[in-house]
Design a protein. Structure first.
Ligand code: HEM
Ligand code: CU
Length: 585
């Protein structure tokens, strides 16, 4: 297991030389990671622009002629789907999973490099299919990111013809790409760890990515089959999801399918999807907090088991998204209970992050600011989740801006905070350069404060009853006019947050070219990825010898030891042993 066949040979033998082999059809996990990351950030920017357009409409209705009710729905749908799948899932797993797994477990590459390369190109294909829907007759689908039938494929919904088909095909292709990447990540973690890297010595980043990938491999098939079944309903007139229907005065051919079946399949995927995004973020934020507080992560074993428990539980809570579908009260009770049980391991994680900071030697670096920002946004989003998990509270709040605020806090903003923390944290490793600290801090404060300016008022709009996925509020007898003022303020905040991402892009691009050369291991991190002979690591990662691991990844500020951290590949010394504390399992 420790000796991959190529390990004993000089790695130059395998070093691809031509530009194309090195950077285009590359099988190096680091290059593939950057391809994945670059593409994901690119589509993410499109989704950000779409959210800006929606906010313009909501803040200043009747001002922008080019946004009509149909295009609003199309923007909502494309924004939501791109953010969840094509940005977050792709960037966390395809990007960071690819980059970090081999380096953190001490392997030369993924175990199936060719399939890994294919995974990226198929992902790119899925993105192109998705974006193509902007250019077909009728435009992209406006069914909402949940794509509920029957409405998704019926006349009257924007993009009911081409748009929805392209969306479904693109999702299917994405799932193929994810599976090729995912099998790689799981097998690499299980089979290619270096000598001494036991499972319980793996950094939490790897635990998070690994568990999330297993969730994805189990959950995405539910989406795949529902996409295929809906394609059949649309093209061949089958009735998997389509009930007997009269649409626009015409009785349709469909016979007795079940739209609720689709909801079950969708959310059987959709809820674990939240954790496919959250678990890698949990892992990475744990490591960033530990490194920048110069303290071991509090309760490592508990953190691992919490990740696994959350992963397992995430499969038995899905119907909390369906309380309004008319389910039997006993099921409502069941799903509310399981949902609240998930709060236990989740709260354990939050406590442990805070306890990691407690009496740490906290360095308020840019990655650390984003990591602490995450603790705030995640706790806020999580708390409103407890409310929505209860049937009686969810019923009146369902489909209002309270829900929009909740899920943006918990799975929009929070993982993005971690992604920024991770990008800033690992940027010196990936590029060999340092970013600009001042610009990074500006980026953090604009994003963090702006987030609250956007989403806190949305909770209140939800209480007022402002509905979700509405082009305009119109006049009602329950929404006060002041809601419009609030909407305008939210829009201004959203535009500022959107613009402040330019600081980030500028910082990254500028630093890649002109940034100061980074010291090796600038944060003094103990995990393996920073211990490569070169920074950034070369092809094959480790030079002639694979590393050997002697300890966990969290030996910071060990008493009696001169340096304030001990890399994972350093043998345990007599000095630490006599001191009692060092050399953890
Ligand atoms: C500055 C950042 C963002 C802004 C201003 C923003 C704004 C919006 C707006 C205005 C809507 C439509 C609300 C409605 O009419 O129902 C929406 C929906 C949504 N957003 Fe965002 N968003 C942002 C970032 C994100 C991120 C990072 C995610 C990642 C998870 C995300 C996921 C979603 C989803 C899943 C929907 C629901 C789509 C649907 O109802 O079908 N958003 N967002
Ligand atoms: Cu859920």
């Amino acid at each position: 297991m420790q000796h991959v066949a190529i390990a004993d040979q000089p790695d130059e033998l395998h070093d691809p030389q031509s530009f194309i082999a090195k950077y285009v059809w590359s099988q190096d996990h680091k290059v593939i990671a950057i391809q994945y990351g670059g593409t994901a950030i690119f589509v993410g920017l499109i989704a950000l622009v779409l959210s800006g357009l929606m906010r313009l409409q909501l803040g200043f209705p009747d001002t922008f002629d080019f946004i009509d009710p149909s295009s609003y729905l199309q923007f909502v749908t494309m924004h939501g789907m791109i953010m969840v799948i094509y940005l977050l899932t792709a960037l966390l797993l395809g990007g960071f999973g690819n980059y970090l797994i081999p380096l953190m477990v001490g392997a030369r590459d993924m175990v199936f490099p060719f399939m890994n390369m294919l995974s990226y190109w198929v992902y790119l294909l899925s993105v192109l299919i998705l974006l193509a829907s902007f250019f077909v007759p009728g435009g992209p689908t406006g069914a909402g990111w949940t794509l509920y039938p029957p409405q998704a494929i019926l006349e009257g919904t924007p993009g009911y013809d081409w748009g929805i088909l392209l969306m479904l095909v693109s999702l299917a292709v994405f799932i193929v790409a994810f599976t090729m990447g995912g099998l790689n990540y799981v097998t690499t973690v299980l089979q290619a760890r270096c000598r001494g890297m036991t499972l319980m010595r793996m950094p939490l980043t790897i635990w998070g990515i690994f568990t999330a990938t297993v969730l994805g491999i189990l959950a995405f098939p539910a989406l795949l089959v529902s996409a295929i079944m809906m394609i059949l309903d649309k093209t061949l007139g089958t009735s998997f999801f389509m009930p007997v229907l009269v649409s626009l005065g015409e009785s349709l051919e469909y016979t007795g399918g079940s739209p609720i079946l689709f909801q079950h399949l969708f959310w059987f995927f959709g809820h674990p999807e939240v954790y496919i995004v959250a678990l890698p973020a949990f892992g990475m934020v744990s490591d960033v907090l530990s490194v920048h507080a110069r303290k071991n992560i509090f309760g490592y074993r508990m953190m691992v088991w919490a990740i696994v428990a959350i992963g397992g539980l995430s499969f038995i809570v899905w119907a909390h998204h369906m309380y309004v579908s008319g389910m039997h009260p006993a099921f409502g009770f069941f799903f509310a209970t399981t949902t609240l049980i998930i709060a236990v391991p989740t709260a354990i994680k939050v406590y442990n992050w805070v306890l990691t900071l407690w009496r740490g030697n906290i360095h308020l670096t840019v990655p650390m600011l984003f990591a602490i920002g995450f603790i705030f946004t995640f706790t806020h989003g999580g708390l409103t989740g407890l409310f929505l998990g209860n049937v009686t509270i969810d019923l009146p709040l369902s489909d209002t801006y309270f829900v929009v605020a909740h899920f943006h806090m918990v799975m929009g903003v929070s993982p993005i905070m971690v992604l920024f923390a991770a990008i800033y944290h690992w940027f010196p490793l990936m590029s060999g350069k340092m970013f600009n600290e001042t610009l990074g801090k500006w980026h953090f404060w604009c994003t963090f404060l702006g987030t609250y300016a956007i989403y806190l008022p949305m909770h209140y709009l939800g209480f007022l009853g402002v509905p979700r996925r509405y082009f305009a509020m119109g006049t009602t007898n329950f929404i006060p006019e002041s809601a419009q003022t609030l909407n305008a303020q939210i829009t201004i905040a959203a535009l500022l947050v959107g613009l402040s991402q330019l600081i980030f892009l500028y910082n990254i691009l500028w630093s890649l070219r002109y940034g100061e050369k980074s010291k090796k291991n600038p944060w003094g991190a103990a995990s393996l990825e920073w211990q490569t002979p070169d920074q950034p690591p070369r092809h094959g990662n480790w030079g002639p010898e694979l590393p050997e691991v002697h300890r966990w990844a969290y030996d910071y500020s060990v008493p009696g030891v001169k340096e304030d951290f001990i890399p994972q590949n350093h043998p345990v010394t007599a000095e630490e042993r006599t001191d009692g504390e060092g050399g953890h399992a």
